[in-house]
Write a protein that binds this ligand. Structure first.
Ligand SMILES: Nc1ncnc2c1ncn2[C@@H]1O[C@H](COP(=O)(O)OP(=O)(O)O)[C@@H](O)[C@H]1O
Ligand SMILES: CC(=O)N[C@@H](CCC(=O)OP(=O)(O)O)C(=O)O
Length: 298
């Protein structure tokens, strides 16, 4: 090995050391969005990062999405879906597909990848041990259209009503890495399709996680010029939404982030899942790679 390369490796490891010490035994909830699962090499690098986190003493909990993957299977079945406010309208047939894709294909693919890299991942949906209870979302049309006040029926779309953290906590504190699909169970016994950011935020809150990391398909939160905003507080988010800087799918994501911080999570990181080893770089290097959101400026 060239001595300059050896020197670089040594300095990376030394830079990581204080972070490893600080985060030992701390819970980190990582939301892995469907848009971040774009290529095979990236999926492997994500799985390696999660295994490494566990090996150095952190307690990673993965919550995954899979919106594009649900769309692909629906397309193959000749079924179309619509979205309202970023939420998929989910009739009973669509709910079957959501369960097959999230609870089956995507969940087991992530579990398999983590296990192939030496971890011990266990896949769960919120129906296992009834640990994610959901209630149906009743969306007021007035939220979409200022002149109307009817309720829009999104079908089997839910929000989290409660989380029983004991199963995830027990797994996370042993050798296992929980991998969670965002499906909840209602009091009526039906399955509910829940936005994965919402589930990740609530799990982080209930577990009093040190960090919530949201992996998406952008460098982080960008300003109107397209530049990365590296450090923000919860107060900045309201302003950025009000002035239109944050829009579309970033609105529910940042709202979950703010709820998580207000609920006791120390920091939220919105990072680019398309960058190899984004999770490790954000956790263990001084400069990080995305947007860091805190309750107040340091
Ligand atoms: N200020 C902003 N900074 C970054 N992305 C933004 C911003 N405002 C809107 N977006 C959009 O939000 C998207 C991320 O949300 P979403 O597509 O729901 O992510 P995911 O599928 O990973 O949950 C980005 O790809 C971008 O198009
Ligand atoms: C209600 C609702 O819209 N649920 C989402 C659940 C998956 C998800 O959130 O996936 P991403 O994180 O990849 O977007 C959906 O059906 O697409």
């Amino acid at each position: 090995m060239q001595s300059s390369t050896a020197h670089q490796i040594a300095s990376v490891l030394t830079e990581a050391l204080p972070y490893i010490q600080r985060f030992k035994n701390k819970t980190v909830v990582v939301k892995y969005g469907g848009n971040a699962m774009v290529d095979e090499e990236l999926k492997h690098s994500f799985a390696r990062d999660i295994v490494l986190m566990k090996l150095v003493g952190l307690n990673p909990i993965v919550v995954h999405g899979g919106g594009p993957q649900i769309g692909q299977l629906l397309g193959r079945l000749g079924k179309t879906t619509g979205f309202v406010d970023g939420m998929r309208i989910t009739d009973s047939e669509t709910m079957d597909v959501v369960e097959m894709v999230l609870g089956g294909l995507v969940n087991k693919e992530i579990v398999t990848l983590i296990n192939r890299h030496g971890g011990k991942a266990i896949g769960l949906t919120g129906k296992d041990g009834d640990f994610i209870r959901a209630r149906k979302i009743h969306l007021k049309k007035s939220a979409v259209d200022a002149d109307a006040s009817e309720i829009i029926d999104l079908g089997h779309v839910g929000e989290v009503s409660s989380i029983d953290a004991s199963v995830v906590d027990m797994l996370g504190r042993s050798d296992f890495i929980p991998v969670i699909a965002p499906i909840g169970v209602g009091d009526d016994g039906y399955s509910y399709n829940i936005n994965a950011d919402l589930v990740a935020g609530k799990i982080a809150e209930v577990l009093k996680a040190e960090k919530l990391m949201l992996l998406t398909n952008t460098a982080g939160i960008l300003n109107k010029q397209g530049e990365l905003l590296t450090g923000l507080t919860v107060h900045d988010i309201d302003k950025l939404i009000a002035d239109g800087t944050i829009s579309g799918g970033m609105i529910p994501k940042t709202k979950c982030a703010v709820d998580a911080i207000n609920g006791g999570v120390n920091s939220v990181h919105i990072i680019d899942g398309r960058v190899e080893h984004a999770v490790l770089l954000e956790l263990f290097t001084d400069q990080g790679v995305g947007t860091l959101l805190l309750s107040r400026a340091r």
